[in-house]
Ligand binder design. Structure first.
Ligand SMILES: [Zn+2]
Length: 439
């Protein structure tokens, strides 16, 4: 293929000024067509009195109302099956990719042939940035089918000239077999599944140096950028582990870490990335944490203008050590608003619990947060359930230490329950970490 360090050097290292100009130009094109063809956007803009001519630059976007997932869901109920934000005509539709429906009815997203091409190129670029090269044997452990990650990484791996094993998110035993023969060199899956595979390898007595895997990228849920989780995956599989981010409504895997492991790089030639304060709805300053709001610059079929992701992150436009100029979110996705736990006045995310649990050598990788109601004391009870690796462990002492460390991290004291190893359910897809029995 003859590429160097970058997959698309002219795009990946272009000056911030030139990148902004490219974004502005593409934004004007997108706003113009959405307002010309979509009644959904026409109504939305009309309510606030904004016209296409008002939106000339990325900075003007702050005047545009955000689009929420709930809104898309309602729109599809009122105007089935795809809502009125489908801008490309039916003859251009190529693939249907609904969201997983983990937080309600699935929202349908359509890719045109041009969308598939852009998605393939952006995904190939992200894979190149964390070190995938022609000739790599890519084991795709993302779920295929309707979920967006499987198909996009499959297309991208082929584009890069890799040998693809489309195994999907199942068959843990065979995942390990393929790492030995034919010897997969790259693994793509969720971080929970990677940890599950590593656990199975240990049980089968297979050490990381018996497999050929050298790197992996993990998305679909947070985790790969939590140091303790990254370490578990890297040591368990003997690889370099990177973080991936994607959303059904926006696109699969359109942000990933580069080999500097210095945050998620955004593909800013195709997306406008904003971080917005959810209380004031104003754009956050660089480095401040807020909700990610994303605008499609090139998406043809179902373009989103200011999509409210519910995911928390920070924005950083400084040049990365890798030389790429596209902005990053350092530390990756910091939490999903949907997963936020409010307990006795404190707010925290499952990733914070994960960070503490995975720093304990005595504990297994699985955990669960149970929320119940004590009807007699009229209080909520939050119980963190985890597993200890050795049956001879002093559970009481371990519980006390863990409770103290979690109190420091969460600013509230949960009840701790340590079970024997293997008690909690394992997953090959996205792990369910919260059970809320209070409702
Ligand atoms: Zn970088």
């Amino acid at each position: 293929m003859g590429r160097g360090k970058y997959y698309q050097p002219e795009i990946e290292t272009m000056s911030r000024k030139a990148l902004r100009e490219l974004q502005n130009e593409r934004l004007r094109w997108q706003i113009h067509r959405c307002l010309a063809k979509s009644e959904f956007y026409q109504e939305k803009f009309k309510k606030t009195g904004i016209k296409a001519a008002h939106i000339k630059t990325v900075d003007d976007l702050v005047h545009v109302p955000v689009v929420t997932k709930e809104e898309l869901r309602e729109e599809q109920v009122k105007h089935p099956p795809f809502g009125r934000y489908t801008v490309a005509p039916a003859k251009k539709w190529s693939e249907l990719h609904p969201s997983t429906g983990t937080t309600g009815a699935p929202v349908n997203t359509i890719w045109s042939e041009q969308d598939v091409e852009n998605i393939t190129e952006v995904t190939a670029r992200t894979m190149w940035s964390f070190g995938v090269r022609p000739g790599d044997v890519v084991q795709n452990g993302f779920s295929y089918g309707l979920w967006v990650a499987g198909m996009s990484t499959h297309y991208a791996a082929k584009r890069l000239g890799c040998f693809v094993i489309p195994i999907g998110a199942s068959m843990t035993g065979r995942q390990i077999d393929y790492m030995i023969n034919p010897g997969s060199t790259v693994l793509l899956c969720t971080p929970s599944f990677a940890i599950h595979i590593a656990e199975n390898m240990r049980e089968r007595g297979i050490s990381p140096d018996q497999i050929k895997l050298r790197l992996g990228c993990f998305g679909g849920e947070g985790g790969a950028e939590i140091p303790a989780t990254r370490k578990k995956i890297e040591e368990g599989l003997g690889i370099d582990a990177y973080d991936y981010y994607g959303l059904a409504e926006i696109g699969p895997t359109f942000a990933s870490e580069c080999t500097s492991k210095a945050g998620l790089h955004w593909a800013e030639d195709h997306f406008v990335i904003e971080v917005v304060n959810p209380d004031t709805m104003e754009r956050c300053a660089e480095g401040e944490t807020g909700v990610l709001v994303i605008t499609h610059l090139t998406r043809e079929a179902t373009p989103m203008i200011r999509y409210w992701t519910n995911d928390y992150a920070r924005y950083d436009s400084s040049r990365c050590a890798c030389g790429r100029t596209h902005s990053r979110s350092i530390g990756g996705i910091l939490g999903r608003a949907d997963d936020m736990i409010i307990y006795r006045g404190a707010k925290f995310y499952p990733v914070q619990v994960e960070k503490v649990i995975r720093s304990y050598r005595e504990l297994g990788d699985e955990f669960l947060i149970e929320l119940t109601r004590d009807e007699q004391a009229l209080t909520d009870v939050c119980t963190v359930v985890c597993e200890c690796l050795s049956p001879n462990e002093d559970k009481l002492a371990l519980e006390r230490r863990l409770q103290k460390d979690l109190r420091e991290e969460l600013l509230v004291t949960p009840v701790i329950r340590i079970e024997n190893f293997g008690t909690l359910e394992r997953t090959t897809f996205k792990a369910k970490r919260i059970i809320d029995k209070r409702k």
